[in-house]
Write a protein that binds this ligand. Structure first.
Ligand SMILES: Nc1ncnc2c1ncn2[C@@H]1O[C@H](COP(=O)(O)OP(=O)(O)OP(=O)(O)O)[C@@H](O)[C@H]1O
Ligand SMILES: [Mg+2]
Length: 427
């Protein structure tokens, strides 16, 4: 007996052979797969259509997870019984269809069997007719798995029709994946554009700040110099000595800020030399020895022996570790542990500075590398901005691992001497 497919309700009417039936099914498959619905909904509609049109008790579509080499059950229509949730890439009849790149037509006398021609497939249990089509074009996307409880002949025309249908499914899946990838790329591009605009703003801000710093530096030095002279002349008994002392201190703070701004705007030229990162870190730790003692901070050094050399500006790199260690000391006012670690990771030399100062509030973490962003009363907010600009000038990467309530780890990755260009090309 042959069946006529009625697209409106997916119902089938017994009829004599109708030439248009195949075209009707195909055009409905095209209509369903070309819709704007989510991929799963489209596949579900197609599975329903195929189960009804070809009169199968069950129609399942498995999509291939290319990374895990597993076929995952994505949609199923009809009876749910015996519908395995997943197949390994080479397991059962779906595995056979994938291996051969051809459909498998299995029929068996006993419906309670799980084996057909030596292939074990638990999904076969309870079914007498199984049709398994790979969904593929130039790429393998999954498997169409049809089952019937009774023995059923598949005509040559039906086979050809299923061939075209699975090809249409493959095209729909590929198009959908292309759109997903395009959306992903678009999001990344928008993100990059936003970063670029931000970087341009920072550059403009840096240039403005540098020219202002130039203008302010000289008069500031005069104010500071005169204030110091007044301080000496008035003597400690003067009622005005407190004001003068304040002027001297504030001027010193402003001078430090001006120095940092000039540095930030990269006025100072980089002088590169081949250096040992452990030596630079050791120097920084020694520099802060008194501060560590005063603040009750234990320093744990985990510097790997035989670290490869890096090509850096030694002074700038010292400044990087100075800034990170200063922040760590300021975060661990009640004592704590500062762990400094180095290791090699491929073409990168990695240094980590970890503290137990309680971490950074997640609300502000996106700002910490922005110039002039500070949560400290006397901070300039330039420490991490300078650190970031030094590391990127060295073609390196700086990352922050924030463990709220525990502490922060700053991770610095610098390219091995001579590997900078290769790394940039690869990234
Ligand atoms: N190790 C840390 N633990 C907790 N918060 C941190 C740490 N490092 C940085 N921060 C946060 O990031 C902000 C920006 O740090 P940055 O070093 O740029 O400036 P600053 O320390 O405030 O001032 P400056 O370094 O110029 O004196 C800090 O104000 C602080 O809120
Ligand atoms: Mg700082």
């Amino acid at each position: 007996m042959l069946w006529l497919y009625q697209p409106a309700a997916y119902c089938l009417l017994p009829t004599t052979y109708c030439k248009t039936m195949g075209y009707d099914i195909l055009s409905k498959v095209i209509e369903l797969t070309d819709s704007t619905d989510a991929l799963e909904k489209r596949l579900k509609d197609v599975a329903n259509l195929l189960a009804h049109s070809f009169v199968f008790d069950q129609c399942a579509i498995y999509l291939l997870n290319q990374e895990k080499h597993i076929l995952n059950l994505t949609v199923a229509a009809g009876r749910k019984k015996g519908c395995k949730a997943e197949y390994k890439e080479n397991e059962g009849l779906p595995g056979l269809a994938i291996r051969n790149g051809k459909p498998v037509f299995a029929t068996q006398a006993m419906p309670a069997k799980e084996t057909w021609q030596g292939v074990i497939d638990k999904g076969m249990n309870g079914y007498k007719t199984i049709v398994c089509y790979p969904i593929k074009d130039d790429w393998l996307h999954g498997v169409l798995y049809l089952k019937n409880k009774r023995k059923k002949a598949i005509t040559h025309k039906q086979k050809r029709l299923l061939n075209v249908i699975t090809l249409q499914l493959a095209t729909a899946i590929k198009n959908y994946q292309c759109i997903v990838n395009l959306k992903d790329i678009n999001t990344k591009m928008q993100d990059m554009q936003a970063r670029l605009v931000h970087a341009e703003k920072l550059l403009a801000l840096g240039e403005l700040a540098a020219s202002l710093a130039h203008e302010i530096r000289n008069p500031l030095m005069s104010i500071g110099g005169f204030a110091k002279r007044l301080y000496q002349q008035l003597g400690t008994d003067s009622p005005y000595i407190g004001y003068i002392d304040r002027i001297v201190k504030e001027v010193a703070r402003l001078e430090r800020l001006m120095d940092r701004i000039v540095h930030f705007s990269r006025e100072s030229r980089s002088v590169f030399s081949v250096e040992d990162i452990n030596g630079i870190i050791d120097e920084a730790i020694t520099f802060f020895e008194e501060d560590f003692k005063r603040s009750g901070i234990t320093v744990v050094k985990e510097l790997s022996i035989g670290m490869p050399k890096i090509e850096v500006d030694r002074q700038q790199m010292r400044l990087v570790f100075n800034n990170l260690m200063t922040n760590a000391i300021q975060a661990m006012t009640k004592g704590g542990v500062l762990t400094v670690q180095t290791h090699q990771d491929g073409n990168w030399v990695v240094a980590e500075v970890d503290d137990t100062g309680g971490g950074i509030d997640p609300k502000i973490i996106s700002n910490i590398f922005n110039p002039f962003y500070t949560t400290k009363e006397s901070g300039t907010g330039l420490g991490l901005a300078i650190t970031h600009s030094i590391i990127t000038n060295h073609k390196g990467i700086i990352e922050v691992n924030n463990n709220i309530g525990v502490g922060v780890t700053f991770i610095i990755k610098l390219p091995l001497a001579g590997k900078e260009d290769r790394i940039l090309e690869a990234s």
